[in-house]
Write a protein that binds this ligand. Structure first.
Ligand SMILES: [Zn+2]
Ligand SMILES: [Zn+2]
Length: 365
């Protein structure tokens, strides 16, 4: 547990991080601040990995090793001095991990511990970069990470077996047909009916993939754009943009397959061409069953208040990439029932979460 002096230093650090919010991939000052704090306050071996930080507490060859991961980027926000704002609490997550770093000082954990301060969570680019830059991650016996979650009692640990947060992916179908005089639309190839049909048929495709299972797979129509406002010309191009979201990446992949093959069939029949794009893909963040049981035991033994979530979070987390490479557990810390939601105006990380979150991490050492 952090003593008062340590907690004060971590709160000070959190406020310094909050005061210099940086967008995904641009976390230079943030990285410098964390690095300086670790150098000044711990004996960890800290390496700048070129955009993210790896802090190692190495206890010797032949021992197992575990990892803890925090993110540190802010959200873009036009009209502010920094062009960014910490509205997801990643300043808090990094400060919490530094709290664990203080507790590792001079301690024998019986294993090596690696602290990962990753960049660019919001864009989904940070975790893949950690995997690419540090393949040793795959050798860890466990990886742990957390997110603060408004709408739940302050300081309560939020757990879920299996999927913790959804996979999601933006998907776009672009169809190119041929223009024609509005008096002779049959001379052209108009994509509007096909795009509408794809939009209307997607729910049936989802039902077919789920076959009555009650896991989540959903789509949101983001845009259906086609043709123009020249009343003399039949539409010749358009696109359907949907966001797909679900408990399993495999379901999203299957849905994309169906949408794309229906689009191809329709285009072939109508003499049109199509191409597809994916945007901001995030895999599901899914916990390892055996580790989940172990973590649950440790939290209960440490006397932490734990609540089990009925449903996975609808949002996505790029930690999902890491949990596909190494078994681990991602959990939440309740940020208070009255806290504004993540990413909304008025949200700010609550320093009262630092102590319980560090205690939760400490229980996993
Ligand atoms: Zn966020
Ligand atoms: Zn976040």
């Amino acid at each position: 547990m952090l003593n008062d002096n340590q907690l004060e230093r971590i709160i000070g650090l959190r406020r310094r991080l909050h005061a210099c919010p940086e967008r995904s991939g641009q976390e230079r000052q943030t990285l410098q601040t964390i690095r300086a704090f670790l150098a000044e306050n711990t004996d960890l071996d800290v390496r700048d990995m070129g955009g993210w930080l790896l802090a190692a507490h190495f206890e010797g060859e032949g021992l197992s090793a575990v990892g803890f991961r925090a993110d540190m980027d802010a959200l873009p926000l036009e009209g502010t001095a920094d062009g960014a704002c910490h509205r997801c609490g990643h300043d808090g997550h990094s400060a919490i991990l530094c709290g664990l770093a203080l507790l590792l000082n001079g301690r024998r954990a019986g294993k090596s511990v690696f602290l990962i301060f990753q960049a660019a969570e919001e864009t989904g680019e940070g975790a893949p970069r950690v995997l690419k830059d540090w393949p040793e991650l795959r050798g860890l016996s466990a990886l742990y990470a957390l997110h603060n979650i408004p709408g739940h009692p302050r300081g309560t640990v939020l757990m879920r077996r299996g999927c913790f947060a959804c996979a999601s992916c933006g998907h776009s179908v672009r169809v190119q047909g041929r223009p024609a005089h509005a008096a002779y639309p049959g001379d052209g190839a108009n994509p509007v009916a096909l795009l509408c049909r794809l939009a209307l048929d997607t729910p049936a495709m989802i039902e077919d993939i789920l076959r009555g299972d009650d896991r989540l797979l959903m789509r949101t129509v983001i845009g259906l754009l086609a043709g123009g406002d020249n009343y003399g010309i039949s539409a010749s191009e358009g696109c359907l943009n949907q966001t797909l979201r679900g408990h399993r990446q495999a379901d999203i992949d299957a849905l994309i397959d169906r949408i794309e093959s229906a689009a191809r069939v329709g285009c072939e029949a109508g003499g049109m061409a199509c191409r597809f794009e994916r945007h901001d893909p995030f895999p599901d963040t899914t916990n390892d069953d055996a580790l989940y049981d172990d973590v649950m035991r440790r939290f209960r033994a440490a006397g932490l208040p734990v609540s089990v979530l009925d449903e996975p979070m609808r949002w996505s987390e790029d930690c999902g990439h890491l949990l596909k490479a190494v078994p681990g557990v991602f959990f939440g810390i309740g940020a208070g029932e009255d806290s504004p939601g993540l990413h909304t105006e008025g949200y700010a990380f609550d320093d009262a979460l630092i102590a319980p979150a560090v205690r939760a991490f400490e229980a996993l050492l």
